[in-house]
Design a protein around this ligand. Structure first.
Ligand code: SF4
Ligand code: SF4
Length: 350
């Protein structure tokens, strides 16, 4: 694995140079807090940003995305025939992504890119994207990433992992995409691999020590779905939930969407929009039946999907990277760490 050093005075010129090849995304601060956004030509990423309000998932899975279109003009031979829109395969790079958010991309990939189904829009965006992470040296109070298979210096899903060394970045190039990005920026000062790895390990251990992650997942796999489904605590967990959906929108691993058709004059467009399992409309059938018509059913679904169904289906851990965004943003303080522990510890008396 290659290591390079990037002098901070070379960082902005390098990022600017890479704009010839990439659309550049990174953390920016605005009136809504820190967000990962495409950077205008005169903008640089805020590399010392706190955890962003939303994750980077919209880079691959936009909140609203046009997927099909048709003409309604009956004089045209192909009227009313839905056709795919062009996929966006412009190379892009996400700078300063938190390592757990890159791991989340890996988990979401299991849904959008697998042997049974390949989502053409998500896959095109994924293939075009390079993820340049920055190790987290001061994890926030809600971060429990180390308890769920990620961590402040986790490499999974990243093309480059950087560490902030005051006047420079030390960067570990993890993939070919990462190599291409470094070359496009003109970053080519090699660092000693052994010394660099030791430095990374020291920083990782110091950061991991700061995380208070009292979350256990070790017994979830051996529980049966029906026992957990029928567990007596769901009414209590769901009691205060107002089904606002915030927890799912901020989550880097939530992927639910809805399809919406719109027409204007002679054009029809099919959009894909983020949706949330916390909304009763999400599962409302055209017949009027709703299999998750009550709040407790929806809250249970959110946790069962993340902590049990996903685990059983993919055998790759739970569908949560411990970013803590849902914990920090839930208006009624519902905490996935507590729910996870309740599920993990639950013993049926039957
Ligand atoms: S953020 Fe909290 S209140 Fe809103 S849907 Fe999620 S659990 Fe319920
Ligand atoms: S469930 Fe919560 S803590 Fe886990 S990845 Fe989603 S937002 Fe982060």
């Amino acid at each position: 694995m290659n290591f390079i050093t990037i002098d901070k005075k070379d960082w902005a010129p390098g990022v600017d140079q890479s704009r010839n090849t990439y659309r550049v995304y990174g953390p920016v601060e605005d009136e809504n807090g820190c967000q990962i956004k495409p950077l205008a030509p005169d903008m640089q990423p805020k590399m010392d940003a706190p955890v962003t309000v939303m994750s980077a998932k919209s880079v691959l899975f936009p909140q609203t995305e046009k997927i099909l279109t048709a003409t309604l003009d009956e004089s045209k031979e192909d009227h009313h025939v839905m056709k795919p829109v062009e996929t966006d395969d412009m190379p892009r790079v996400v700078l300063g992504i938190r390592p757990y958010d890159a791991k989340a991309v890996h988990l979401v990939k299991l849904n959008f890119d697998n042997p049974d189904y390949k989502d053409p829009y998500w896959c095109a965006a994924y293939d075009a994207t390079t993820f340049v992470g920055l190790g987290v040296t001061r994890p926030g109070p809600c971060d429990f990433s180390t308890a769920v298979g990620s961590g402040p210096f986790s490499e999974e899903g990243l093309d480059v992992l950087m560490a902030d060394m005051d006047d420079k970045y030390l960067a570990k190039i993890l993939t070919e995409k990462g190599e291409k990005w470094a070359a496009a920026c003109g970053f080519d000062t090699a660092a000693d691999p052994k010394e660099s790895q030791v430095l990374f390990d020291v920083l990782r251990k110091e950061a991991e020590k700061q995380i208070q992650a009292d979350v256990a997942t070790d017994k979830l796999a051996q529980k049966t779905i029906l026992d957990l489904y029928d567990a007596p605590f769901w009414d209590e967990v769901a009691f205060s939930c107002i089904n606002c959906g915030t927890c799912t929108y901020v989550c880097p691993t939530c992927w639910c969407f809805d399809i919406q058709d719109e027409t204007r004059h002679n054009t029809a467009v099919r959009f894909r929009n983020w949706d949330t399992c916390m909304s009763s409309l999400f599962t409302h059938h055209a017949s009027g039946h709703n299999p998750r018509g009550t709040k407790v059913q929806r809250v249970r679904q959110r946790f069962m999907h993340k902590l049990k169904y996903f685990l059983d289906k993919y055998d790759q851990g739970i569908m949560c990277v411990g970013c803590g965004r849902c914990v920090a943003s839930c208006p009624v303080n519902i905490d996935i760490r507590e729910v996870c522990n309740r599920m993990n510890d639950y013993e049926t008396t039957k």
